[in-house]
Design a protein around this ligand. Structure first.
Ligand code: HEC
Length: 136
């Protein structure tokens, strides 16, 4: 009996891990427009550096979700470079996750007032950078 219960818990946890989906942002965020439409070379460089310092250990240098820290975490980082991934995400979705983090995952909020402390402007720049660099 005990074994069945333990097996049950084990199987459910596997199923749940497989089922995790990144939560969808509230409509208010999905409707947001990214104010950063164009970035010059200089700003791209700065933003690329910011990405490497703050994001790539999880999301990977190539945006494939395979940063060196990704191995250690159960719920894996989003892989921006999966074909069509960026095409299917709205900027407001990406912005919301960066602003609020994703509960029960290692994606913490990175916005104003947090440890990382990015400005809203920097978050939009990162989103434009992710699109430019990793869309496939
Ligand atoms: C410690 C690891 C870690 C770091 C560092 C990290 N992330 Fe994440 N990120 C994650 C994980 C894990 C998820 C997936 C969350 C989920 O599945 O609910 C995620 C999800 C996201 C998403 C959501 C994508 C979507 O489709 O909705 C965005 C956007 C994102 N991260 C951007 C960033 C940016 C930009 C940085 C750097 C400022 C960053 N992350 C730093 C782990 C990390």
């Amino acid at each position: 009996m005990k074994i069945i219960i333990i097996l049950g818990i084990f199987l459910t946890s596997i199923a749940n891990a497989g089922e995790h989906q990144i939560p969808t942002a509230p409509q208010k965020y999905l409707d947001m427009q990214n104010p950063i439409v164009k970035m010059d070379e200089q700003l791209l460089k700065i933003t690329s550096r910011l990405y490497k310092r703050k994001c790539s250990k999880c999301h990977g240098k190539k945006g494939d979700g395979k940063g060196y820290h990704a191995e250690n975490i159960e719920i894996k980082p989003a892989a921006f470079s999966i074909p069509d991934y960026m095409l299917n995400r709205k900027d407001g979705q990406l912005f919301w996750i960066m602003m609020n983090g994703s509960d029960d995952t290692e994606m913490v909020s990175v916005g104003p007032g947090t440890d990382i402390g990015l400005s809203e402007q920097q978050m939009w720049e990162l989103i434009t950078y992710l699109r430019k660099e990793f869309t496939k």
